[in-house]
Design a protein. Structure first.
Length: 264
């Protein structure tokens, strides 16, 4: 905490110094520094509230699969994902809100408040065990605080700093425009290579806890790598989705090496 306070002090002092050289202090720059400092110190409780606002908005703007849906295909995805999640020991899945979106995109994401969404397009390409590995990967990002860090960075975007800075100890009610900006920032969020490998390991170990073949985590990553390879071109939608990830094929190779070492 002491280091954080020093860092925040430096943000303000550096802004002050830079503008004092020109004979006056820029109120605009001081305000920006203050807003940045406020966003950096947002509490875990506020993060949870912002995450809930965001996931509510996402669920409103995407078709959420339910077991009670009239369409057999849409309800089928919900039932299948429910069965997959039920493979996880109750103590491991407690507190997580895991649902499927009835969309063709191949993706999955997690929020720091325990919300995980898996896209139907990805489920169509993977076995139950592979989807279980993907869910485990996303849980790993939550457990390892990667999702919280990404969310906090997204709150630093200009469209949200004003809303965050205007509150103290309570999350602001974000507008649709601000939530859309937050979504764009999160879509471009980059986890470190270390974070991605750690999340892969979490999915691998979760498969073992569920009594499933942990190699399914590697095969899921190879499906993602195949999607990227087949899409081609840096501007393709699939490449944009996975551009921040270390190469999925290499991550799969690392898991295969781990499996081989464990099963000599």
């Amino acid at each position: 905490m002491k280091k954080l306070l020093i860092a925040l002090a430096l943000i303000t002092s550096c802004t002050y110094t830079a503008n004092a050289q020109f004979g006056k202090i820029s109120k605009k720059h001081l305000d920006a520094a203050t807003k940045t400092a406020r966003a950096l110190t947002v509490s875990d409780a506020e993060i949870a509230q912002y995450c809930q606002e965001y996931i509510d908005w996402m669920d409103k703007n995407n078709p959420v699969c339910s077991t009670t849906d009239e369409g057999p295909k849409r309800s089928g995805f919900a039932k299948r994902l429910e069965n997959i999640v039920n493979m996880i020991p109750e103590s491991e899945r407690k507190g997580y809100d895991i649902k499927a979106y009835f969309v063709v995109d191949q993706n999955a994401f997690a929020c720091a408040n325990g919300s995980i969404r898996v896209f139907a397009g990805l489920m169509e390409l993977m076995t139950d065990e592979e989807i279980l590995g993907i869910v485990g990967h996303e849980i790993g990002h939550i457990v390892n605080k990667d999702s919280k860090d990404a969310f906090k960075k997204a709150l630093l975007t200009s469209a949200l700093k004003d809303a965050v800075a205007s509150t103290s100890g309570a999350a602001a009610a974000l507008t649709d425009s601000q939530l859309g900006s937050l979504g764009e920032a999160l879509a471009g969020a980059q986890f470190s290579q270390k974070a991605e490998y750690a999340a892969d390991d979490y999915g691998y170990e979760l498969l073992k806890k569920c009594g499933k073949d942990p190699k399914a985590m590697a095969s899921a990553l190879r499906i993602i790598q195949k999607l990227v390879d087949e899409a081609g071109g840096a501007g393709s939608k699939v490449n944009q989705l996975f551009s921040s990830h270390p190469e999925s094929g290499k991550r799969a190779d690392k898991l295969d090496q781990k499996y081989a070492k464990e099963n000599k």
